[in-house]
Design a binder for this molecule. Structure first.
Ligand code: ATP
Length: 595
């Protein structure tokens, strides 16, 4: 495929924000493609070179890209910088400048394969002199590019591609382009993706072997599985009812979810909830896992929690979130705040997938394969059949420092459902007992400048929940409290890469922040209650026409959810569920809050 055709398709994709139109444009783009171009185009369209979990980064800063544009167009770098100030986007500036460059008509057109190869070379350039190599490759590509190609090349390397194709839309398009598009087929494609986390792999299997070929995709060590997620219920009674009387209750540890991949030989790899590799962050776990797991190759899941060095007690999660950043800090923090992995599930045992076995069987396998150590333990569990035992277990959990319990189904059908949220797991947290709203993970979509003591920083942030049906982000609150000085100072740095000139297409709100943000950073907030709101569009029309849902008195909990991407934030559906259970608690008839 020519890169020019891909760029033209990106122009069309950029022009639409409607999921259906986007899907149609994507189908048209990918239908004629075959592997390996197909995978390349799928990765590129998400702003990636490889599946996200591989963490391949181009490492091209703004200044490097500016230099490459200057070199390719023969314009001084200072002029490029000035023009970017006006346009706000180096991609558009590159396109304008390339318009003025005379190219030889006989030039070889760029191909997707060629561009992909060069971009890979940029990503692979490491060590001394690598910056020069990166600039060099990029400027050579730009010399050969048409203005439109140049625009997308620059945006791609800077990570500011606005095409905005998300995984779920690509799955829709794959079903439409290479299968019958039926709901059932779409579900099979998604299931293969949930197990492999690799759209390129799924697409290639689908094209080469048809829908039946997807069955061949299974789990393997080194390739993270998309995590199974829990639903919530407002009371233990409701939990037991949902589970039809019996359930395995486990402590709900408040930490970082970790998927541990333990090979027979070689290094252990740890993946976060959003499938980022975090092995380097927890060397004590990677060191102890091979000894603690008897039946490698294995994949286990657990929650990584800080523990008190002297007493072994669970500490608040905030302690572990400090363990990011520089190497020597890490060494010190590792000493000060050791972590422990409370394992709660197993997906692969001795190289055999066991994720489709019922949960009680998996728990048995887990208990058998594990020889617990100081750092690797088994999640505390009790099987309960009545409310008094459930309540007792919950209270013990909270007293031990857990944030509540996760109830797990004991039924025949209680397989591990990769990538799905369902009632096979139900969480019940301490806050629910006090009638408080659960914490909400909101995506920052805008920021407001601070005044007074906060001058020079942001004073508040506009947060949105994710509408997974429409693939949009709908605002539900503006939050300014709960930030300490260090967090206030850090936020602008964390948000810099998401800043954008105007409201992103995928964002819906009636407020206008001082600075718009592309959905990226997720913050955990709590509030007094959810109310109906004429201003915020979250779940608008679900309770009353024209009214959305808003969080009253929102407060940042201090926790940035680095382990969640924007589409893993709280969904509008969950918000609605929280609102309804709050109303049920308050009074069975009346919706709460002003209309
Ligand atoms: P929350 O913010 O409430 O933790 P979440 O959106 O991160 O929720 P959920 O699926 O809603 O994830 O809740 C389940 C999470 O609870 C898991 O992802 C895991 O990180 C954590 N957890 C702690 N202990 C357990 C356990 N014993 N079994 C399963 N999950 C557990």
């Amino acid at each position: 495929m020519r890169f020019g055709d891909l760029s033209a398709a990106y122009e069309r994709l950029e022009a639409t924000s409607k999921r259906l139109e986007m899907r149609a444009a994507l189908v048209e783009l990918i239908r004629p493609l075959r592997p390996p171009d197909l995978s390349r185009v799928l990765y590129l369209s998400q702003g990636l070179l490889r599946p996200e979990y591989e963490g391949v980064e181009l490492g091209v800063a703004d200044s490097l890209a500016r230099r490459a544009v200057a070199m390719a167009t023969g314009v001084p770098e200072s002029t490029v910088a000035q023009r970017v100030k006006r346009s706000g986007d180096l991609g558009s500036t590159a396109a304008e400048l390339l318009e003025g460059v005379r190219r030889l008509d006989s030039r070889e057109p760029l191909t997707v394969a060629g561009v992909y190869g060069e971009l890979t070379a940029i990503a692979e350039a490491k060590g001394p002199g690598s910056q020069e190599t990166k600039v060099d490759i990029l400027s050579r590509l730009l010399v050969k590019a048409t203005p439109v190609e140049g625009k997308f090349l620059v945006r791609f390397v800077l990570g500011t591609l606005r095409v905005g194709v998300r995984e779920m839309t690509i799955l829709d398009a794959l079903a439409g382009a290479f299968a019958d598009g039926a709901k059932e087929t779409r579900a099979r494609i998604e299931a293969a993706f949930n197990l492999s986390s690799d759209l390129g792999l799924v697409a290639s299997a689908l094209v080469d072997q048809g829908v039946a070929g997807l069955e061949g995709i299974t789990i393997e060590v080194g390739r993270p599985v998309r995590p199974m997620l829990a639903e919530r219920e407002p009371s233990l009674e409701a939990v037991l009812e949902r589970m039809e009387g019996s359930a395995a209750l486990e402590y709900k540890y408040d930490g970082l979810r970790i998927q541990a991949h333990v090979p027979k030989h070689g290094p252990v790899r740890l993946f976060s909830r959003r499938l980022e590799e975090v092995s380097a962050q927890f060397p004590e776990l990677t060191a102890e896992l091979p000894g603690a797991v008897r039946s490698a190759p294995a994949i286990l899941e657990g929650e990584c929690v800080p523990i008190d060095r002297d007493t072994g007690e669970i500490l608040p999660f905030q302690e572990v979130s400090r363990r990011r950043g520089r190497k020597h800090d890490l060494d010190r923090l590792r000493e000060e705040v050791p972590v422990c992995l409370f394992t709660f599930d197993v997906l692969l045992e001795e190289g055999r997938p066991v994720y489709s076995r019922p949960f009680p069987e998996r728990r048995e396998i887990l208990a058998r394969m594990l020889s617990p150590s100081e750092r690797i333990r088994l999640a505390t569990q009790e099987v309960v059949h009545d409310l008094p035992s459930a309540t007792r277990f919950f209270e013990t959990a909270v007293a031990a420092g857990a944030e509540g319990v996760v109830a797990k189904s004991l039924k025949e059908g209680s397989a591990y459902r990769a990538g799905a949220r369902g009632y096979w797991w139900i969480k019940y947290k301490r806050e629910y007992t006090a009638g408080l709203v659960d914490s909400i993970d909101g995506v920052v979509v805008g920021a407001f400048h601070g005044r007074g003591r906060r001058a020079g920083h942001y004073g508040a942030y506009l947060l949105a929940v994710y509408n997974d049906r429409a693939d949009r982000f709908e605002s539900f609150c503006k939050v300014g409290t709960g930030f300490d000085d260090a967090q206030l100072a850090e936020m602008p740095k964390r948000l810099a890469r998401f800043e954008t000139e105007s409201r992103p297409e995928s964002v819906e709100t009636e407020l206008t922040p001082d600075v718009w943000m592309r959905p990226g950073l997720v913050l955990e907030v709590r509030g007094a209650e959810l109310t109906l709101s004429p201003i915020h569009p979250a779940a608008r029309g679900s309770i009353r026409p024209e009214a959305g849902l808003a969080l009253r008195f929102p407060r940042f909990t201090g926790r940035v959810r680095d382990d969640k991407g924007p589409t893993e934030a709280t969904t509008t559906g969950e918000l609605l569920e929280m609102y309804r259970s709050q109303v049920r608690r308050a009074s069975p008839e009346e919706p709460s809050g002003p209309a």
